[in-house]
Design a binder for this molecule. Sequence first.
Ligand code: OFO
Length: 178
Amino acid sequence: MLSKKIVDRINLQINREMYSAYLYMAMSARQSEKGYNGIANWLMVQYHEEMFHAMKFYQYIIDQGGRPVLDKIDAPELKSDDVKETFKYVLEHEQFVTSSIRELLELALAEKDYATENLVRWYVDEQVEEEKNANDILQNLDLLGENKQALFMLNVELGKRTATIPLNFTAIDPAAAP
Ligand code: OFO
């Protein structure tokens, strides 16, 4: 059984994860438009990761007998479609998500809600990886400087990214039906 405070805060986090998905989808569209299909692929895989993050919280509320409340998702605002600026924004956004997850963990600890604490710790680890991924790409972009051929090679490399999360995360098990 979850407290109302926890359910409300997880619902807010679902919205933030859905916004993250929307943001990366918008970034992906911009890069596709420019012909950077590998970079667009990386960002679209990120979209799937974010949807998974949202749905993991969603399923947790359901499993605990609560009600996920779906709020409006803001339109993503992209300041630039430059590749380096895009990844700077990815990192900045992930840092924001990390602080949001930390806030949720602090609430779970304050409420002595150990089940939610366990769940949120999964996201704490996930955020370390999310920030590292963005930082690694930014480092590569710094190294290649203005070299267009190297940027093309990075584009090819990012095109190889595949989702590591299960993509059937919305499947409802009919066997679980009463
Ligand atoms: Fe990018 O980790 Fe969820 O939001």
